[in-house]
Design a protein around this ligand. Structure first.
Ligand SMILES: [Fe+2]
Length: 279
């Protein structure tokens, strides 16, 4: 029996007494996966992992994916990581970030929703954390779907949505901005294949439009949906401690990052698990 405790009313569970550096029996992995699917996010504290061990721990729950940034765009430091590792950090060398997503806050999003085959889960392992901020907020989109007002459900049920990389941050308020090329069309509401439960599959950072609705109506509807899914009641806010590993479900949750001091080091290793999109 794997022990866990809930991290908030709707979102997140801490798994107790598991050392991810050790080989994990299938039954244990299955049980942790069930807790994961039910709570959208799981936390393991006080982990001490090499990159190899993090990738091996990731593989307990599915098939690890490789970091998708083309090699020609990677920094020298990124080239030294294992192929499955994305280095999330604000560390700089000669003034340039040595890894990805260096600074400040990030809007709510699903990882990889701009891909045709989005990765089902993300793991993030904290090696260095700042003295404050850089928190990760998670919202449970099963619960958000359940509580979505009926008039919005009627409008979006059965429709597709277009998701473009960083769309919201780049283009909101700029009608002349060209849409980014990295985009994918997915169901606006997706059925979680393991949980057999519906979840909203749109977010403020990536979702550009609901297909088949007039632009103004789509925009207005999306704003209402974003406000609903970012409702504080649904949210677990994680304050990172060094040696934390979080794993979140990109099929049923969104996450965001709060600001943190630019002068302090934040260093994390990220892995993801391959997924398929069940309509
Ligand atoms: Fe993310």
């Amino acid at each position: 029996m794997v022990e866990f405790r809930k991290l908030s009313v709707h979102t997140g569970a801490e798994i107790l007494g598991v050392n991810l550096a050790n080989p994990m029996p299938h039954e244990t992995a299955d049980e942790i996966n069930r807790i994961f699917v039910d709570h959208c996010v799981i936390l393991f504290r006080d982990q001490k992992l090499t990159q190899e061990e993090l990738v091996r721990a990731t593989a307990n729950f599915g098939e690890p994916a490789e970091y998708d940034l083309p090699k020609e765009h990677r920094t020298d430091e990124e080239m030294k990581q294992l192929p499955e590792i994305m280095m999330v950090t604000n560390i700089r060398k000669d003034g340039k970030p040595i890894g990805a997503l260096p600074d400040g806050e990030m809007w709510f999003h699903h990882d990889m929703i701009h891909n045709q085959n989005p990765h089902k889960a993300t793991l993030l392992y904290a090696l260095e954390v700042p003295s404050w901020g850089g928190n990760t907020l998670f919202s449970n989109l099963f619960e958000a779907y359940e509580t979505l007002p009926q008039d919005i459900k009627n409008k979006v049920e059965g429709r597709m949505a277009i998701n473009a990389f960083n769309y919201g941050a780049q283009f909101k308020g700029d009608p002349n901005a060209a849409p980014t090329r990295r985009h994918a069309t997915h169901p606006a509401i997706r059925l979680h294949e393991e949980r057999q439960r519906k979840a909203i599959y749109m977010d403020r950072l990536m979702t550009q439009e609901i297909v088949g609705l007039p632009e103004a109506e789509s925009n207005a509807l999306l704003e209402r949906i974003f406000d609903h899914i970012e409702n504080r009641e649904l949210i677990y806010e994680h304050q990172w401690r060094k040696a934390d590993v979080l794993m979140w479900d990109n099929r049923s949750s969104i996450h965001a990052r709060t600001d943190f001091p630019a002068g302090e080091v934040r260093l994390m290793w990220r892995t993801t698990l391959k997924g398929t999109l069940a309509a």
